[in-house]
Structures are given as C-alpha cells and as structure tokens.
Design a protein around this ligand. Structure first.
Ligand SMILES: O=C(O)CCC(=O)C(=O)O
Length: 213
C-alpha cells in the first residue's frame, strides 16, 4: 500500500501470479494527504468468489438491525454480521482474511459483513470511525455476488464526487486519513439486482471496546 504506484503494480502482479489471480489493473481511485483509496480487481477469481458468496450466505448468522432516525426506529436496509476474534472466524471468512492480508501486507482483527439482498438494500453516506483503529489504518472491503457501485464525496465543499464499480472478487482499500476527507455510500439501484455481500476488514487497537465497526 505504501509503495509508489508502479512498484505496487509490479509487486501486485508478482503476487497475483503466485496466487493464480488474473492480471488486472490495480487502480488508485483517490489520494489524500496521508493515504488513499485503491481498487484491486479479481483478487478472487470468479468461481472462487461465487463459492465464497454461497458459503457466507448459507453460514453467517445474519442480523436485521434497526436505527434511530429522529424519534423513530427504522430498519437498516441490509443484513449485517460482526466478528472480532480472528480465531473464531468461519472457514470462508478466514480464507478471505488470509488472502487480503497477503495482498495488502496488513493484519486484520475485526471483520464486519453486509448482505444487500437486492437493489433496494443500501448503505447511506458515511465515513468510518477511525478512533478504535491502529495508526495509518487500512479498511479493506471485499465484494462478492452482484456488482454494486460505491460513490465517494469529499467532506470539503464544494464537494468532489467519484465512483467505483465494486466487482465480485475485488478489494477496495481505504488507507490512512481517507475517512477524514471522504464519505462513501452504496446507493439503491432501480434495475433488478441480485444479492451482494461485502466483507470489511479492519485492525483495531487492543482493548477497543465497541462491538460495531
Ligand atoms: O458494502 C460495502 O462495500 C460498503 C460497506 C461500508 O461502507 C461499511 O461497512 O462501512
């Protein structure tokens, strides 16, 4: 993550060959003063991504959540799950975590999952909370199932906007101070859209208290 683009691409392609990943272009989506957003396509090859999707769908204890909006409780428009102890990760999640660690050269100890049942499920504009994460954190998002678009907007006005199609088998990595400068969302889509699962990997400091990302 810290190497210049050219070096990183070469290293990624060597790693990709070793891991049997198809050679695809690693793309820097945005740079920030102390970090950036990088997209790694096809880290998991199509068949493997499809089988990980089916396994997670069938084995993860998905929860429905509600959130307070003004004075009302409303359903969170997706299903969710969390893991905070690496030792207890189900096999499919452990495989995903190992692969992401080897591609990004980071160690993760907190995993959260989102299950978007169809195009009406979404996540609204937000930035992640960095307080419980290690210094210079990486938040890695693995996409499985249907392709959905992630949109980014700057916190600073006038807002800059970017978008990235998150293909199955890809990793989107947000490093360093990205959360201080950018918000992101997965908007609802009108066209018929099948299910998508995202796996978010983070590195929390020892003793981090909250259960949620
Ligand atoms: O589903 C995704 O890829 C995005 C999830 C997300 O924004 C989050 O977990 O904070």
């Amino acid at each position: 993550m810290d190497a210049p683009d050219g070096v990183r691409r070469v290293l990624y392609n060597i790693m990709a060959q070793q891991l049997g990943i198809f050679e695809e272009e690693v793309r820097t989506i945005a740079r920030t003063p102390h970090g950036g957003i990088v997209y790694f396509p096809a880290v998991f090859e199509a068949e493997e991504a499809a089988s990980l999707f089916s396994e997670l769908l069938a084995t993860i204890p998905w929860s429905k959540e509600a959130m307070k909006m003004y004075d009302k409780l409303v359903d969170v428009p997706r299903l969710v799950a969390w893991y905070h102890d690496r030792d207890r990760l189900p096999a499919a999640l452990d495989r995903i975590c190992q692969r992401v660690q080897s591609v990004l050269g980071r160690t993760f100890n907190a995993v959260s999952l989102n299950y978007y049942r169809d195009g009406t499920d979404s996540v609204a504009w937000h930035s992640d909370h960095n307080e419980e994460l290690v210094e210079d954190p990486v938040v890695a998002l693995v996409s499985l199932g249907a392709m959905r678009q992630m949109q980014f907007r700057t916190k600073a006005l006038p807002r800059g906007q970017l978008r990235c199609d998150l293909e199955p088998g890809s990793i989107l990595a947000m490093r360093g101070d990205v959360q201080s400068h950018w918000e992101h969302q997965i908007p609802k889509v009108r066209r018929p859209t099948s299910a998508r699962i995202s796996v978010a990997l983070r590195t929390k400091v020892p003793g981090a208290k909250t259960e949620r990302p």
